[in-house]
Design a protein around this ligand. Structure first.
Ligand SMILES: Nc1ncnc2c1ncn2[C@@H]1O[C@H](COP(=O)(O)OP(=O)(O)O)[C@@H](O)[C@H]1O
Ligand SMILES: [Mg+2]
Length: 281
């Protein structure tokens, strides 16, 4: 199997990108997939959330400038099969530093190419910053798919149109393989109607691109990062751990289906509604 690159992206902050990057990656690793998490957010929450120290010169920044080899920046985490390229605050300067170069939207592609070509990893997961800046565009330019986490709250869909437009633009302008791999509903609150309404609203727009797995609001998920642990290490039996395991399982099932039939063969909700038949695949 080739290395697949998955970007966790949403220009809104606080929607669960980093929590998902850490725990989705950890659960894939638990399923014996070889995973590399690349922390592309200068806030470095995925880095500290997995218990790594933020250290000067340890982010992907020098590799973006072509001054260092990305493979040399890879660190092991406490979880078997899960490696990380950490982040630290210096990455905030990367956008300005690479903006002067002609290929400023493709620096990550060049930096990561040796790792991707080596086939060492099954999946590379990119934790994107909460902006539509240059790092974000670089991430989408090497991604095979984007997973968009959405918080189950009022105005969840706001700004999502912009994300979808950008994915379309990047697909047209240099990364034809890019697609939305899934919309992930996060911080689902079982005790309010609002969460349920938000999910229904999002499904109305995105049909079966929305993951069946909902990530519940779970205090254990918010505690784990301060201990530098993924949820499967911090409390492997809590509902948050179960949810992220289910997500990894659902994701891998989708990958298998797509590898077997090609994306066109996948039935979609809108396709079924349009044709009025159920379609076998
Ligand atoms: N399912 C969840 N249940 C409870 N708290 C969560 C959950 N997902 C994320 N959080 C908390 O919400 C905050 C924002 O999440 P984070 O993953 O950092 O979002 P982003 O990376 O999109 O900014 C963090 O404090 C995180 O611990
Ligand atoms: Mg984040």
């Amino acid at each position: 199997m080739d290395t697949k690159v998955i970007a966790l992206a949403n220009q809104k902050g606080g929607v669960g990108k980093t929590t998902t990057a850490i725990n989705f990656s950890a659960c894939l690793a638990e399923k014996r997939k070889k995973v590399l998490l690349v922390d592309l957010d200068p806030q470095a929450n995925a880095t500290s959330g997995l218990g790594l120290e933020k250290g000067f010169g340890s982010s992907i920044f020098p590799a973006l400038l072509g001054e260092s080899d990305a493979a040399g920046l890879v660190k092991q985490t406490g979880i078997k099969n899960l490696d990380i390229i950490p982040s630290e605050l210096d990455l905030a300067g990367a956008e300005i530093a690479i903006a002067r170069r002609d290929d400023y939207l493709h620096r990550l592609k060049e930096a990561m190419a040796p790792i991707i070509d080596s086939g060492r990893y099954d999946f590379i997961v990119l934790d994107c910053p909460p902006s539509l800046g240059i790092l974000f565009m670089n991430a989408l330019n090497i991604a095979d798919e984007v997973i968009i986490p959405i918080q189950c709250e009022y105005l969840a869909l706001e700004g999502l149109g912009v994300m979808v437009d950008i994915v379309d633009q990047i697909r047209d302008a240099g990364n034809p393989e890019l697609r939305i791999g899934g919309i992930l509903m996060t911080m689902y609150n079982v005790s309010t109607n609002l969460s349920q309404q938000v999910v229904q609203e999002v499904v109305k727009h995105f049909g079966d691109r929305v993951f069946e797995t909902l990530i519940p609001r779970n205090v254990r998920l918010s505690e784990a990062p301060s201990y530098g642990k993924a949820i499967i290490e911090y409390d492997r039996h809590c509902v948050g751990a179960a949810a992220y395991r289910n997500l990894a399982k659902e994701f891998l099932k989708r990958q298998k289906k797509e590898a077997a039939f090609g994306e066109e063969a996948l039935p979609t909700l809108s396709g079924v509604m349009a044709s009025g038949s159920e379609g076998e695949g």
